[in-house]
Design a protein around this ligand. Structure first.
Ligand SMILES: [Zn+2]
Length: 268
């Protein structure tokens, strides 16, 4: 879903200020730190109280290397090993991924509002969206994102974007390179690829052609980016938005989609 609706203040700051975006551009260490923090929060819940306190005091310290060491020590060797594994350098070269001919590449203009020209350093999840504009075509949605470039950069504006758009007839457009950040799933714009999907009506359900293309595209991405069907998430899972509507309201359909992607990967 486009980010012009129910935007949070954080989104505003995160998505609109070009200089700030550059400053918080994910040096891989920061991403690791963020993940370690999340992991630590998770671990602490299952630890005894004495350990929880210890963890809490460490958390208040901001130094990245100290934090990493401290968590390793506090959580024990097993967990430490897990973290060490988690910190493996990202091995996919996003600039080198060869895009097949069934994907039409037609990149939008570089601009503050929809293609900020910030390097995407890693991909941990693929985020599925619906365009929230029933009956609109992939080309129309591309134009919409492209035209966001015409807004006055000095004024607050609408931001949005996506790497891919899957159309009503199953056509697939790529409008932003895999190696660039897009504004689609804050605060996970820095380690995700986003796919917007067109839909014929307000239910948000995809047509058969659209669905087949979405499965094909997603399976291909999973293979190229060394991800599995477990790494597929809904925009809803990132920010709580009702997007993609049909998969938020129909959990079984979402599970089936992930299964279909998994099967499509096996078949290759
Ligand atoms: Zn969305």
């Amino acid at each position: 879903m486009r980010d012009k609706k129910d935007k949070t203040v954080r989104d505003d700051i995160f998505e609109k200020d070009f200089d700030k975006i550059r400053q918080i551009q994910p040096r891989s260490r920061e991403i690791k730190d963020q993940k370690i923090k999340q992991r630590d929060e998770y671990s602490r819940r299952s630890l005894p109280k004495s350990r929880q306190k210890k963890g809490a005091s460490f958390l208040t310290k901001a130094a990245v290397p100290l934090l990493a060491l401290a968590i390793g020590a506090a959580a024990g060797i097993g967990c430490g090993y897990y973290l060490w594994g988690y910190e493996k350098p990202y091995s996919v070269n996003l600039k080198e991924v060869q895009v097949p001919s069934w994907i039409e590449q037609n990149f939008i203009r570089k601009n503050l509002f929809s293609r900020p020209d910030v390097t995407l350093k890693r991909v941990d999840n693929i985020v599925i969206h619906y365009v929230a504009n029933a009956g609109s075509s992939a080309a129309a949605n591309r134009s919409y994102f492209n035209n966001l470039a015409d807004q006055d950069p000095q004024q607050p504006g609408t931001v949005g974007g996506s790497h891919f758009i899957v159309g009503l007839d199953g056509e697939i457009l790529q409008i932003i390179p895999l190696s660039e950040v897009t504004y689609a799933a804050a605060p996970r714009n820095f380690d995700t690829i986003s796919i917007e999907v067109c839909h014929p009506d307000e239910t948000g359900k995809f047509s058969e052609e659209t669905y087949e293309s979405l499965v094909r595209l997603t399976a291909w991405l999973c293979e190229e980016l060394e991800l599995s069907s477990k790494d597929l998430i809904r925009h809803h899972d990132v920010s709580g938005k009702n997007c993609p509507k049909y998969y938020v309201e129909n959990e079984d359909a979402w599970k089936q989609f992930k299964k279909d992607v998994k099967n499509a990967m096996k078949g290759r």
